[in-house]
Design a protein around this ligand. Sequence first.
Ligand SMILES: O=C(O)CCC(=O)C(=O)O
Ligand SMILES: [Fe+2]
Length: 558
Amino acid sequence: LAVGQAGVAKLLSKEYVVVPGFVEPALVGALREDAEALRREGCFVVSHVGTRRLVQGRVKSTRCISDETRRSETLWLRPPPAPSLGNAEARRALDSIVRELREELAALTGSPLTPFVTELSYAYYPVGGYYRKHVDVPKSGVHTVGRSYAQKREFSFLLYLNEDWREAHGGALRLHGRDRDVLPEGGTLVVMRSDSVEHEVMEAQRERWAVVGWFRVDAHRRAPEAVFLAASRLERRGFDSAAAEACRRVARDEGNDAPTRAYAWIRCAHALFDGCADPEAAGRAYAEALRIEDSPTARAGYGACVRDADEVRAALSRSGSARTAAALAAMTRDETLLPRLPEYLADSLRWLWQNADDGGSAGGSAGGGTRSSLAIAAASAGDGLVLEFGVYYGRSLRMLRDLMPHAELHGFDSFQGLPEPWDGREPAGSYSTGGEVPDDVPGARMHVGWFDRTLPPFLEAHRGPISLVHLDCDLYSSTATVLSAIGPRLDPGAVLVFDDFLAHPSWRNDQKRAFDEAAAAFGWTSYTVLAASLLTKQVVIRIDAAASAAASAAAAAR
Ligand SMILES: O=C(O)CCC(=O)C(=O)O
Ligand SMILES: [Fe+2]
C-alpha cells in the first residue's frame, strides 16, 4: 500500500500520479457500500463551489451551489459521521490508509503535510453529474479560513469506488494540458498538486462514487524536511526512542542553523526524559542545547535532569525565567524567593506547600513531566479501571499502557480538539487530530465523542471501581463534566492526574476549580498531593476520604 519512490518522483515532476489497484477490491466494495448507506441516511449535501478566503484581512466568500460548474453531492468525513451509521470499520480502514499516504508523501516529497487538517469526503455524481474544469486551490497564495491558522491545500487525492467502469460510462477525470483521461475504476488512486493541475469530471452516464481529499501544509512554517519529520514524529509518538533519534539527527546536522539545532536537542532531551525515562541521557542532550545557545527551557530541563543539588540550583538560578525560579523555590523551600515570583506562581507554590504529602517537593516539583506523574499515580493506584480524558495522538495513553500492562484502559476524546477556546492561549479546535483515532495502544478502548455523550453510557456498562483518571482536557468545563460524572464512582485510594492544574495565570479557575467543586460535592474531605510539577503544571492527587457512594450519588443529584 504505497505510492512508492517512482510514483512520488512522477508526482513531483508531472504534478500528478495515477496508481491503479491502490486499494484492494474488498475494501473498495465496503467503502462503496458505506457511502451508499450514508447517502440513504440523508448524510450527503449538494456540493458547493468557491472558497472562503482572507483578502486584506477580510473574509471573502464565493461559496455557493452552482449548477453550471458542478453537479454532485458530498459527505464530509471530518468530523467523522456517527459510528452507528454505515460501516464505521471500513471508514477506520480508510482513515489509516489516508494517514499512511500522508506520511509517505510527507517523507518522500518533503512537504510538511500537517496531520491536523486533512480534508476527507465521499463524493457522489448522479447520472448526468459533472464538475467543470477547475484547479482545487488558486495559485495566488490566499488561504481558506475557518481554521486555527492558515493552511494551504498541497495535494488533492482521489480514490475511486466504482466497479467495472468503461469508457462508455463517461465520468473520466480529465487532466487538462496533460492529455490524460483517468477512468474512475474502483481502487484507482490519483494524487495531484492542488494548485496547478487543471482538471474536470466529464459527464457521468452512470452513478459515480469516489473518496476525495486534500492534504494541507502549514503555509506559514515550511520547516526543513528533517526537522518537520522529527517534530511530527514527536507530535504523534511523543516520547519514544525513535523520536529522540530523529531529533538527534537534526541536532547533529551541521547544515541546520543554530536555533534549529538547539531546539532539536531540547526536543531530543524531552523524548529521552519523558518517554525513555532516561534523565541522564536527557541531561546530556540539554547540555548540548545549552552549548549552542542559552535558553530558559534548556536550563530548566537540565535542572530537572541532573542529580547534584548544587548543579540543579546553579542551572535553575541562572535561567532567568519565572517558572524555573519557582521550581527552584519549590526545591529549596526558600520562602524568601516568593515575593520575586509572579503572583500566580507564588500562589501555586503556597498551595503546593499546604497540600503535598512531603511538604512541597512531591515528585520533584522542579519538573517531573507526564511520565513521572503517571508513574507516581500508577504506583499508588489499585487495579480497577484506568481512564484518560484527552487522548490526542495517544502518547500518554501509551505510557499508561507501559506502566500498567494489565489494567483495563479506556481513552475518551472527540478527536476534534477543544470545544471552546482555552484561556486566550489555545483556540477552539486545538489538539484536534482531524478525526484520526490512534489505533496503536494495545488493548485500549477508545470512546470517540464529547465527554457528556460518551461517559454516561460507558459508566452504565462498566460498573467496576475506577482506580486512575488522567485528565488531560485542559478546560474547566471539560474537567468538571468528567468529574461530576465519575465523582460518585471514586472511592478512597482513587488517583487523579491533572495535566494543567498548577502554575498558569488562570489556574484557580481551570482544573483546580473543577476539582474543588467535585471535592465539595462528593465529600472528598481528605486528599493528598502525591506529585506536582511547577514546570509542567501537572498535579497528582489521591483521594483519601470520600462520602459513602449513596451520599455521593445524592450530592450528584442535587
Ligand atoms: O472525482 C473526481 O475525479 C474529481 C473531483 C474533483 O475534482 C474535486 O472534488 O475537486
Ligand atoms: Fe478538483
